[in-house]
Design a protein around this ligand. Sequence first.
Ligand SMILES: NC(=O)c1ccc[n+]([C@@H]2O[C@H](COP(=O)([O-])OP(=O)(O)OC[C@H]3O[C@@H](n4cnc5c(N)ncnc54)[C@H](O)[C@@H]3O)[C@@H](O)[C@H]2O)c1
Length: 596
Amino acid sequence: MAREFTSVGVVGLGTMGAGIVEVFARNGVDVVAVEISAAALERGRATLTGSTDRAVTKGKLAEADRDALLARIDWQVGLDALHSVDLVIEAVPEHLDLKQRIFAELDRVCKPEAILATNTSSLSVTEISVATSRPNQVIGIHFFNPAPVMKLVEVVRTVVTSADVVADVEALCARLGKVDVTISDRAGFIANALLFGYLNHAVGMFESHYATREDIDAAMKLGCGLPMGPLALMDLIGLDTAYEILDTMYRRGGRDRRHAPVPLIKQMVTAGLLGRKSGRGFYTYERPGSPVVVPDEQTPAATESALADGARAIAKVGVVGSGTMATGIIEVFAKAGYEVVSVTRGAEKSAKVFEAVKTSLNKGVVRGKLSEADRDAALGRINWSATLEHLADVDLVVEAVVEELSVKKALFASLDEICKPGVVLATTTSSLPVIDVAMATQRPADVVGLHFFNPAPIMPLVEIVQTIRTSAETTATARAVCAALGKTGVVCGDRSGFIVNALLFPYLNDAVKMLEASYSTADDIDHAMKLGCGYPMGPFELLDVVGLDVSLAIQRELYLELREPGFAPAPLLEHLVTAGYLGRKSGRGFRDHTRR
Ligand SMILES: NC(=O)c1ccc[n+]([C@@H]2O[C@H](COP(=O)([O-])OP(=O)(O)OC[C@H]3O[C@@H](n4cnc5c(N)ncnc54)[C@H](O)[C@@H]3O)[C@@H](O)[C@H]2O)c1
């Protein structure tokens, strides 16, 4: 029989604590909510009532249930109020000495059978436990932000936590409607160990002006389907908390440079820019604690002003290539009303591309998204050619031929001879340096990367890659074109992986390393990222979809360019590729797809 938890205590009612109180009270458990001062207690109470009031307004909570929920909470200053609770969850700031002091005090105050839990994200639960006389009753219960919403709880068992305590806490999680993964005591557990290197890297991109905050966040939301971008997530977590987590992970997790907090984080913390809770972090919020972003001096002007930035008028577009990307891009431009010249290597290829574009447009008609007249008009806008000479009068060329530098360079040298002056020349390369392609022409200022995502007609994101020679006018033109296509164009520098792949693949690689180290299973790691961070797919699901060979190639490029030791491809990934386990396309990757 699992232990009954009729009353619990929560210590610290900040970003996490207030949410944790809500989780328990919503599920019929009495809560003693404890803060260090009357003012902090009021803040915590305001956070909780704000959250429950929003739930009532949205129709997710009945008024009577809200009142019953609030009636279950006993608001108190000081730990002495916790003498009769069955379980305490501590959620004070991420400092080992503070947590140890609190646990020593809880040990003195709480009844002998009470379980003492910490919500730490990165500190050693074991080190916290030894501050008490009952380390076997100390456990990590790591909730995710916002606690009432996120389904995952990481249950952290130390080498001394007793098995019945683990079982009781697992049963409690189920009662709270949460999904738990039980793991051992390692810095960052599953989710944060995979998340924080990525967040820190994104801050580094922002700090080095590689891309704007809006573009970094839009890239990860639209390119990977994440619920929020990394900088918005840093603001939600709180920059002070994020700093402490990174710092601890750096020290506990083998001094991986990727966890050494980017200096900007500390500067922002010192300046009081803590994120949502202080009203300003990477973004500015309506008021402290509000999720509503308001414009500030970094907010970009509306896209319409791109023309004012010198964007060139584009009416006729050449697309070179006949593969998946070229086909999708032809469709996107034709549908958006551009006159398109498709250049392939022969009439046979052109016929194939024509069929593919027609089939795709027909699907739109069947789904009621496109009228037959619009389909015919789009097809009528495409001119089919097998010679580059027909690109003499286009305003923009988008190259989507094979991913080989020599081929692309030769093509750009030809375009340089054929195209009229002032044409924007774009490459869709996903891994080659755009500057190499640009320097094959006499007009590198007009060359830019336009990295579409597959399938181009569906994916809303385009990365606009500017080299050190790309002119502002060319970038403005690329932005205006993306807007006219109904896509979000994000501008970034010419570095391996641009924004999305540079942030995504090291995380996937880290997940493989975690599996390789036997810290957890592929299923639990996938669960943790989906339920703890709201990702649409777990890392192993995604790797199997993308292809392990493709993922390995991208990871190798990143490693070669940045020489970051933490980017070295996971040996397990290399072995799976060598063994021919490439993911869904070969029937087997991290999972066996033949038996599903
Ligand atoms: N922020 C997140 O996204 C997140 C997610 C999961 C876990 N965590 C972990 O949760 C814990 C709390 O983080 P947070 O972001 O909520 O921090 P926070 O700074 O928002 O809140 C901490 C609260 O603890 C209170 N406090 C400080 N000393 C206290 C004391 N002696 N007694 C009682 N209360 C005291 C503070 O007044 C404050 O309200 C940390 O261990 C953190 O790593 C944070």
